[in-house]
Write a new protein. Structure first.
Lengths: 268, 160, 283
């Protein structure tokens, strides 16, 4: 029955849409709840410090290495193309702008979502599955203040720092390849970079982007963990969802933010 | 994991993270040249600035001496008004010529200053009288074809 | 608790009331047609150890959640220490929970904390006690469950029985007036099972608290409890002291005590007759 199948398809689409809207609304309320439950994670610094360790320090190696390699590839590819148009001098600008505006926040964000975001989701999901959150609630301790908010803030603080480190490593990688190996001039590399990259708006925009990505990924991570089905399978699904939705959110937000920032720069 | 160990590593992490931001600001970006080097303003009018951008370098004999600070259109003369910030260490004579140049075919557009022989120097807010506009490729081509057709010589560029 | 850190709630809990917990006509269900609990009446006197028994999925854990205020009844009243739980606001509810300990199924120990820190957790979170005092209190609690030597282990390094004892020590960390045990015997070997059973009894008498034990382990319960409620399909279908239960002729109680596979609780899930099922496939 094609009409029947069509009806079923439409119904499924409708149900999916309603479910998605409900979840987004729930996530927004969850965000507000995290903010109102945040004072404890600010007052008791140790709680948040611990989460910065797990989200930030443990992500350092992957972020630094990735930054280095991305920078080195950028230098190779960029130099090849730029030199064809006689613009090899602009290698520094090209690499620095790519990293600071786009690749730093975006790639660091994607790595952060899969490294730290998934860990946060799995941890909270597992605590829910093993009744640890319920046990806390029964002890008159609010898991939102004690578990969720510190993890959220730990990630939000780590993200911009990781993105900045990624960009710096990328610039170093490009310097090693571009100047040391290919033989671009060191003075032109740094000089043109400084001439072409502005603290305001290029670097500040990159920092704003990484902050927004940090909030988005951490919210998704704690939300998926907190609302995970309390089974082994449920936690696995939630962890996957964090990586998938987190990555998509970063790319979509990057587009939206770039549109606004680019427009802002054009109007100047 | 020991509490003090965690604190130590987080401290290191935050320090190098902030260090990275500072590095980006000072070495990669041009925060220093905007804030620490004292500078003064010069103004120049051009018929056409071509692809000149904000923060483009201002060079004398190939050495960067300043930066383009503002680009506006004079509403009466319909000329482009370019304001430059020149580092305080450099002085330029009153008959300096400012031209809009391109490094390479597709390279960056910058302002070149050619110093004259006038003993009087330009002060803060001073105006560079002689300018040479950007070379617009389409104009050059049409001029070239016009020359071919009429064999009548015409001056290249638009020296004022 | 004179040292409670947070704003004391204005709700007065009467720790001296004769009944620690009363359920009056409590009905609860996630949807209207299939109630999990239907008009339950239960009285848990102060100082006693009371068992709630029933097959898996009979709504036993739901009763604990109602007492702890994690769920609210659709109908009826849950009264804890003279205070109706449904009338409490969030602050009042948290005030109540500070005086109630709970041992979760499989312990629910915090996996990222050591045994010591697990037991110190409620003290650190809810009181302003100085560190030395917390240390002494934790070691006392650990000593009571015989695990003082395991203070620095992680929960993952404990056996099932040890983890249960740590969870018990955590449940009584703040000397609660009421302790709830959700399946404290599940998945334990016979020795650990006996140890945990004896601990529940001993702690209850030493602290002068009241205990509610949700379980399906009839033999251990008969040894340690004062009173037993049998719950099936959301209803209390039998109750009595251990002696009354042993002598009972009620078919449900007999099936439970004797471990018969079939009886009032049927072996087969309700279905159409086997012959009809085969006939349907053949046709």
């Amino acid at each position: 029955m094609p009409a029947d199948a069509l009806g079923r398809g439409v119904r499924r689409l409708g149900a999916g849409t309603i479910n998605a809207v409900v979840r987004i609304g729930y996530a927004a309320r969850f965000f507000v709840a995290i903010l109102t439950h945040s004072p404890q994670s600010i007052l008791r610094v140790g709680l948040t410090t611990r989460e910065i360790y797990f989200a930030g320090v443990l992500s350092l190696v992957i972020i630094l290495l990735s930054g280095l390699f991305v920078g080195m590839v950028l230098a190779l590819q960029g130099f090849d193309v730029l030199e064809k148009y006689g613009a090899g001098d602009s290698l520094g600008v090209f690499v620095a702008l790519s990293l600071v505006r786009e690749l730093g926040p975006v790639v660091a964000g994607l790595l952060f979502a899969s490294r730290a975001g998934s860990a946060i989701t799995a941890e909270i999901g597992l605590m829910k599955t093993t009744d640890q959150l319920a046990a806390m609630e029964m002890m008159a301790v609010d898991p939102l203040s004690r578990i969720v908010a510190p993890r959220f803030w730990g990630g939000v603080i780590s993200m911009p720092l990781l993105a900045a480190l990624f960009s710096v490593m990328g610039v170093f990688g490009a310097y090693i390849v571009g100047v040391r190996l290919i033989g671009a001039d060191s003075g032109t590399f740094w000089g043109n970079m400084r001439a072409g990259v502005g603290f305001w708006p290029d670097i500040t925009n990159g920092i704003i982007k990484s902050c927004v990505f940090g909030v988005a990924v951490c919210l998704i991570a704690v939300f998926e963990g907190y609302t995970a089905k309390p089974t082994a399978e449920g936690v696995a699904t939630a962890t996957t969802r964090t990586v998938v939705i987190g990555s998509l959110a970063i790319l979509a937000l990057d587009f939206v933010l770039t549109v606004f920032m680019f427009r802002g720069m054009g109007a100047k | 994991m020991n509490r003090t160990t965690i604190d130590f590593w987080v401290g290191i992490f935050v320090l190098i993270g902030i260090g990275a931001v500072v590095f980006l600001a000072l070495r990669v970006g041009n925060l220093t040249s905007l804030t620490t080097t004292p500078s003064y303003r010069l103004e120049a009018h051009f018929d056409n600035i071509g692809g000149l951008k904000l923060r483009a370098p201002v060079k004398a004999a190939g050495v960067a001496v300043g930066r383009v600070d503002r680009i506006q259109l004079d509403p009466r003369s319909y000329e482009a008004v370019v304001t430059m910030r020149i580092d305080n260490g450099y002085q330029f004579s009153k008959d300096t010529i400012a031209s809009i140049l391109t490094s390479g075919l597709l390279g960056e557009v910058y302002i070149g200053l050619a110093v004259g022989g006038d003993p009087q120097m330009l002060a803060d807010g001073g105006q560079i009288g002689k300018t040479q506009s950007a070379v617009v490729l389409e104009k050059l081509i049409s001029q070239f074809m016009f020359d071919k057709a009429s064999s009548a010589p015409a001056p290249a560029g638009a020296a004022k | 608790m004179a040292h409670l850190k947070h704003r004391a709630s204005s709700v007065a809990f009467d720790a001296q009331s004769a009944n620690a917990v009363e359920l009056k006509g409590v009905t609860f269900g996630y949807d209207r047609r299939r109630p999990v609990l239907a008009a339950i009446d239960m009285t848990i006197p102060r100082g006693k150890v009371v068992a709630i028994m029933g097959a898996s999925g009979s709504g036993k854990t739901t009763i604990l959640r109602l007492i702890g205020g994690q769920l609210r009844p659709v109908k009826g009243r849950v009264v804890v220490a003279g205070q109706s739980v449904a009338d409490l606001d969030r602050a009042g509810l948290f005030g109540l929970r500070r005086r109630v300990g709970m041992l979760f199924q499989f312990g629910a120990l915090f996996t990222d904390l050591t045994v010591f820190e697990n037991i110190a957790f409620p003290m650190r979170e809810l009181t302003d006690l100085p560190d030395e005092l917390i240390r002494d209190l934790v070691l006392m609690k650990l000593n009571a469950v015989g695990l003082r030597g395991s203070a620095q282990l992680k929960p993952s390094e404990l056996s099932g029985g040890m983890a249960r004892r740590v969870a018990l020590a955590r449940a009584i960390a703040l000397d609660p007036m009421l302790v709830m045990y959700d399946e404290p015997f599940a998945g334990l070997d016979p020795i650990s099972l006996g140890v945990v059973g004896q601990l529940i009894r001993r702690m209850n008498d030493a602290l002068g608290s009241t205990s509610v034990v949700v379980t399906h382990d009839i033999y251990e319960s008969l040894k340690i409890v004062d009173y037993i409620y049998f719950v099936s399909e959301g209803r209390v279908i039998a109750k009595g002291t251990p002696d009354e239960v042993r002598a009972s002729t009620d078919p449900f109680v007999r099936q439970f005590v004797d471990g018969e596979p079939d009886g009032p609780v049927p072996f087969h899930v309700r279905a159409r007759p086997l012959a009809a099922e085969f006939a349907a496939h053949a046709g």
